[in-house]
Design a protein around this ligand. Sequence first.
Ligand SMILES: Cc1ncc(COP(=O)(O)O)c(C=O)c1O
Length: 392
Amino acid sequence: MSKLATDLVHHPYKPPEGFSAPQPGVFKASTVIFASVAQMRARDWQQKKGYTYGLHGTPTSFTLEERLCRLEGGLQCVLAPSGLAAIAIVNLAFLKTGDEVLIPNNAYGPNKALAEHELKSWGITCRYYDAMNPADLAARISAKTRLAWLEAPGSVTMEFPDLPALAALCRARDVTSALDNTWGAGVAFAPFETGADISAHALTKYPSGGGDVLMGSVITRDEALHLKIKAVHMRLGYGVGGNDAEAVLRSLPSIELRYRAHDAAARELASWLKGRSEIEQVLHPAIEGSPGHEHWKALCGAQGVAAGLFSVVFDGKYSTAQVDAFCDALKLFKLGYSWAGPVSLVVPYDIPSMRDASVSAWSYKGVLVRFSIGLEDVASLRADLEQALAVL
Ligand SMILES: Cc1ncc(COP(=O)(O)O)c(C=O)c1O
């Protein structure tokens, strides 16, 4: 090797200061370089005053954390490589052997799976509660309960609970409450106004908005809670890449516009489906007759917004095979998990297999199908649904 190799690594040029552009610069690092041993020894990964290692923050990740705090009305934030990783960090930060965690019976499935497998094997008990019945949560809180998850609306079945009532019960019994705020996304309602202690958010959905990034955040308004979360975050090595952070930073300014557009389209399609004879029930918190509609109205306002996500229950006379054929017949709606991206998605679910019937039963006979409404034109999505319904 010639000196060229060294010159290309240690070139002395420094660009002029004062560059300014609509988007913040993107910094990528594993190694962070210190100016002196003294600075290295004085490093402090807990505070955003300096840098220690790529995992513990770069100007790009710090900027994203601060903007997410602004989005959700929080004060501290950690970033995780997925929404599920954000959930895992919260569980690990607040639960130890002998403790109990309470999870809504209609919660995001992988949150329950983590509790039933890893948490259980570490001697942590998981109990499900009926999120639509605050008295049920109250009855299940025990001296061992350390953490309660809240989620609005329930994953897939879309029941909207009385979040302030659930959070108040947790507070009164000294139980830390963590809200999965992915649906509200900081746009539909202010997560900390509900009284929840922690907001976990799958940034994979609306903050990214592209269907191409996996990321999560855990936001707090309490330094002591944050430091517990931050310690677990550090020890697990849960960092996010600079390119992914940049993608979310780029999408964030348009989140409210996109959220409102997804909402308007979803409501139009959900209302249309409500009038179809093939559909027994539309499950959409902003639509009258949906479970918990009054709680959505109380929290988000009568003119409030809702995510572009809803489910329908088909009339019980249609078999699973027929509903599968409906899903297969859709052309613009794609079969795929996740939501909040530009492409409309559809997934059929088997709800009885996803919940504990002794906590809250599922009364419908028909098959449930969930739609995530993308950014396509509503008329073409409705035409797609109409031609697929004809298959039934
Ligand atoms: C309500 C909810 N929370 C959390 C997650 C997890 O997000 P991720 O896919 O980034 O792990 C999802 C993903 O579908 C979700 O729907």
